[in-house]
Design a protein. Structure first.
Length: 128
């Protein structure tokens, strides 16, 4: 097998893996949503993630107050924004954990099928 044939073979295999993963992710999303649109779920998720964002912003502002009590409004604002962003991201991840698990599970299942097929192509089983 030449280098060109080998690289083409590996590129085709990688393309099959990626496509099967994307197809599995779509089927996992459809399986989780049961035919419902995604946008209402994301709107509810964003609303529910506002509470952790507010808590993170408050903690960020409070952490900006140094022991010497010299308060810097710029520093307090920056820490508040950072804490709010961390809280929002954590809230979004937590609220979408079941959807993420469904999508990842279906994607890995499809990738596993393609890997098994590829292995059998490379290592054929002779029952004779």
């Amino acid at each position: 097998m030449t280098l060109r044939e080998w690289s083409n073979s590996n590129v085709d295999y990688a393309r099959k893996i990626v496509n099967s993963g994307l197809e599995g992710a779509r089927s996992g999303q459809d399986e989780f949503l049961h035919g419902q649109p995604l946008s209402p779920l994301l709107n509810e998720t964003a609303r529910n993630a506002l509470r952790p964002a507010a808590i993170g912003a408050c903690l960020g502002v409070l952490s900006s107050v140094p022991a010497s009590r010299r308060k810097s409004p710029r520093r307090a604002c920056a820490y508040g924004l950072l804490g709010g962003a961390i809280g929002l991201i954590a809230g979004l991840i937590w609220e979408n954990r079941q959807l993420t698990a469904s999508v990842a599970s279906a994607a890995w299942r499809n990738i596993g099928k393609v890997r098994d097929e590829h292995w059998l192509e490379v290592h054929p089983i002779d029952y004779a």
